[in-house]
Design a protein around this ligand. Structure first.
Ligand SMILES: C[S@@+](CC[C@H](N)C(=O)[O-])C[C@H]1O[C@@H](n2cnc3c(N)ncnc32)[C@H](O)[C@@H]1O
Length: 257
């Protein structure tokens, strides 16, 4: 089981997605950073690592508008019913059958041109091992494209404050960890930022939805009144409004030398 099981919190994640501009902002960032790399290729082998139910993958592929005969898609997602849903949703973007993987280590012989992972690397068990698997399955000229929150992000600040209430460090990785591991494994990284807004009608139930998404099974052990109160500074006339940003990391292997 991954560190954070998204099956029990899928409705809470859907609520976050429906009330944040994060996905739109990430799509614009990927379009910008991948435009040159994707231009005029005769084939693109792409892995979407941690695709969820395809709610993000499908609009992303729609926006990238790649010729379907050129695109070979692989999806990796531990929640199996979401993996199946995602495979159905993205099938129309490729003329080739979509490969589904529950674990990236089962990608045996692939050589991907692009491994994209949108807000997933927080939750892997061992970041060095996961990036090592990506390195193993990446073409020498291939790219890694990640979106991941950094230590300044408001959700990360809520994680830190929440886990501090039970004297625990945040059990998830963030952008700074990913940048360190990429450098250790010989990648050159370009970093940009994607700003987004979270906006939802203020109610205890809506605050709870975001908290369940943020903390998963850890929520049971954390005192709720303090956690619910963390939204107070973002209350504006009955609406919670949070402006924040995440990092986009575009990485490629440095030439050996
Ligand atoms: C925040 S969601 C992002 C989903 C999708 N990429 C998107 O942008 O909507 C995180 C996803 O990572 C998946 N995940 C968690 N641990 C994983 C792991 N070890 N390997 C691959 N995916 C994982 C979860 O099941 C979940 O679908």
């Amino acid at each position: 089981m991954p560190e954070k099981d998204f099956a029990p919190i899928e409705n809470d994640y859907a609520f976050f997605m429906a009330h944040a501009t994060e996905a739109e902002s990430d799509i614009v960032a990927y379009q910008r950073e991948l435009a040159d790399f994707l231009l005029d290729r005769t084939s693109i082998r792409m892995l979407d690592f941690g695709c969820g139910n395809g709610d993000f993958s499908a609009p992303l592929l729609n926006a990238l508008n790649l010729p379907p005969e050129v695109l070979y898609l692989s999806l990796c997602e531990p929640v199996t019913h979401q993996l199946d849903q995602a495979a159905e949703r993205v099938a129309r973007f490729s003329h080739h059958s979509v490969e589904t993987l529950e674990d990236v280590s089962s990608a045996k012989d692939q050589q991907f041109d692009l491994i994209l992972s949108n807000h997933v690397l927080y939750y892997v068990q061992d970041l060095s091992q996961t990036i090592g698997e990506m390195r193993r399955t990446l073409q020498p000229e291939g790219k890694l494209a990640f979106a991941i929150a950094n230590a300044e992000n408001v959700i990360v600040a809520i994680w830190k404050a929440g886990f501090a209430l039970i004297n625990q460090p945040v059990p998830y990785y963030m952008s700074e960890d990913v940048q360190r591991v990429l450098a250790e494994q010989g990648f050159a990284v370009q970093k940009t930022e994607a700003k987004f807004q979270m906006r939802f009608p203020d109610s205890e139930e809506n605050r709870m939805k975001i908290l369940r998404f943020c903390f998963g099974h850890h929520l049971e052990g954390i005192p709720l009144p303090q956690l619910l109160g963390m939204f107070d500074p973002y209350q504006q006339d009955g609406t919670i409004v949070i402006d924040t940003y995440s990092d986009h990391l575009l990485a490629e292997l440095k030439p050996e030398g």
